[in-house]
Design a protein around this ligand. Structure first.
Ligand SMILES: [Fe+2]
Length: 241
């Protein structure tokens, strides 16, 4: 299994605060059956600002440490970009998930649809594919906004298929109430679910939205979004050693 969203690097964001903690997380991920982990530290101006070279060195150093410990995980580079007004500052040096065109993007809980569309359009013009991190946690995709008209679900499924298979816009205004979701599908964005969302770790709203988006077949990637060993123990149901 591959974890497409994980805060595994030590001392770079709000993830593990020591190498020992990172190694503990790596052991848990390996034990759960993962073999590849994308290390995706936050990039938020004014809060977590490590540059891309720091991320690359962090991944190389942690990979060495895991090799020494005999933990069979392959680490790859990534970032979790925060889509706010400062994102534009990073536009000329974007780091997609290593070896892929996917750029992991967190849409803030409360933001404006127009700003999201403008920024994602700029990303797409860089020949990258926005990978929307945990949309189930974003206010803009709340379940009630997209479940008010359940009769339209099957139509959305068809439209999703068409938009990816035929590479042409296929969403109509009547297809779904959530215009931003339609726009993202139409522009061939990808979607990453947080596995803890399905267990209710972020509350009932995120859980029900995750289940609904899953039922639509929206998700293309999954991640733990783990920040600590404890969060992984909870997710996997492991007892602390
Ligand atoms: Fe994250």
């Amino acid at each position: 299994m591959t974890d497409y969203h994980c805060h595994l690097l030590p001392c770079i964001d709000d993830g593990p605060s020591s190498l020992a903690e990172s190694i503990e997380m790596a052991r848990l991920l390996s034990r759960a059956g993962y073999h590849t982990i994308y290390c995706t530290p936050h990039l938020i101006k004014g809060l977590y600002e490590a540059d891309n070279n720091t991320v690359k060195k962090g991944v190389a150093d942690l990979q060495e440490a895991l090799n020494r410990e005999g933990i069979g995980l392959k680490l790859l580079c990534g970032r979790e970009y925060f889509l706010d007004n400062n994102f534009i500052d990073f536009m000329n040096d974007l780091m997609p998930l290593e070896g892929t065109p996917y750029l992991l993007i967190e849409i803030p809980p409360h933001t404006y649809t127009g700003m999201v569309q403008d920024t994602l359009t700029a990303i797409i013009r860089h020949n990258l594919i926005p990978l929307i991190a945990h949309p189930e946690r974003c206010e803009l995709f709340r379940e009630r906004q997209i479940t008010d008209q359940p009769r339209k679900v099957s139509r959305l499924k068809n439209l999703l298929h068409r938009s990816t298979a035929l590479h042409q816009p296929a969403i109509t205004q009547e297809s779904n109430d959530n215009k931003l979701l339609n726009w993202l599908i139409e522009n061939r964005c990808a979607f990453q679910s947080n596995l803890p969302s399905f267990k209710g770790s972020y509350g009932e709203q995120a859980q029900s939205t995750a289940n609904y988006l899953e039922s639509l077949g929206i998700y293309t990637h999954a991640g733990t979004d783990a920040h600590t060993p404890e969060s992984l123990e909870k997710l996997f149901g492991f007892n602390p050693q």
